[in-house]
Ligand binder design. Structure first.
Ligand code: PRP
Ligand code: URA
Length: 209
């Protein structure tokens, strides 16, 4: 079973509380989503493989550990996942970025795919799938299904707010995927929104409501 990491760092807790507030502006919401993603990314990238590289300091030649080549992909689930990409890219600027477009049908809450474009060499990359919200888990499960269908084996899922139901569903569907979460919330409401949550992440990020 994949591991679930819920962050207890005070900066992450504070910023996650700030983005929940209904009166946080679109500009502040966007900036804080980026910051939280970067802080989470620092920990989520802890197990990236290193290799010994010979370098030359002003004093002598030496061998040091550096990240292995360009072996990372970040895959946001559109739309809201886009808000997490820049924070991750600040840490791993050479990562390739793929996109999976999904929206939840408002009646059934079942994800509908409208776009999928991934790096051609996704199969050999460590993939970070990012989306601020894990509610029923349907979108994350479907996105990871597509990514696995293209050959990816090494996948981490990162979100800001998750429901217990979403975590359970994702773990069941993809037991090999580790899940990094800024905050685990109480429950889903009758419309499959997370409570207390932050409302609709895409609308809050882009000001569309
Ligand atoms: C939101 C969110 C997730 C999904 C989570 O996207 O960004 O992708 O809902 O819900 P689930 O776990 O029940 O699938 P939404 O469908 O609202 O699309 P948007 O990002 O384009 O607004
Ligand atoms: N999608 C969101 O953006 N928010 C929720 O609470 C649930 C799904």
């Amino acid at each position: 079973m994949g591991k679930v990491y819920v962050f207890d760092h005070p900066l992450i807790q504070h910023k996650t509380a700030m983005i929940r507030k209904a009166d946080t502006s679109v500009k502040d919401f966007r900036e804080m989503v980026r910051e939280i993603s970067m802080l989470m990314g620092y920990e989520a990238t802890r197990n990236l493989p290193l290799e010994e590289v010979e370098i030359e300091t002003p004093m002598c030649k030496t061998t040091m550990k550096m990240l292995q080549g360009e072996d990372i992909a970040i895959v946001p689930i559109l739309r809201a996942g886009l808000g997490m990409v820049d924070g991750m890219l600040a840490l791993v600027p050479n990562a390739k970025v793929g996109h999976v477009g999904l929206y939840r049908d408002p009646e059934t809450h079942i994800p509908v795919e409208y776009y999928c474009k991934l790096p051609t060499d996704i199969a050999k990359r460590q993939v970070f799938v990012v989306d601020p919200m894990l509610a029923t888990g349907g979108s994350a499960i479907a996105a990871i299904d597509f990514i696995k269908a293209k050959g990816a084996k090494d996948i981490i899922f990162m979100c800001l707010i998750a429901s217990p139901e979403g975590i359970e569903a994702l773990q069941k569907a993809h037991p090999d995927v580790d899940i990094f979460i800024a905050a685990k919330d109480e429950k889903l409401n009758e419309n499959a929104y997370i409570i207390p949550g932050l409302g609709d992440a895409g609308d809050r990020l882009y000001g569309t409501k």
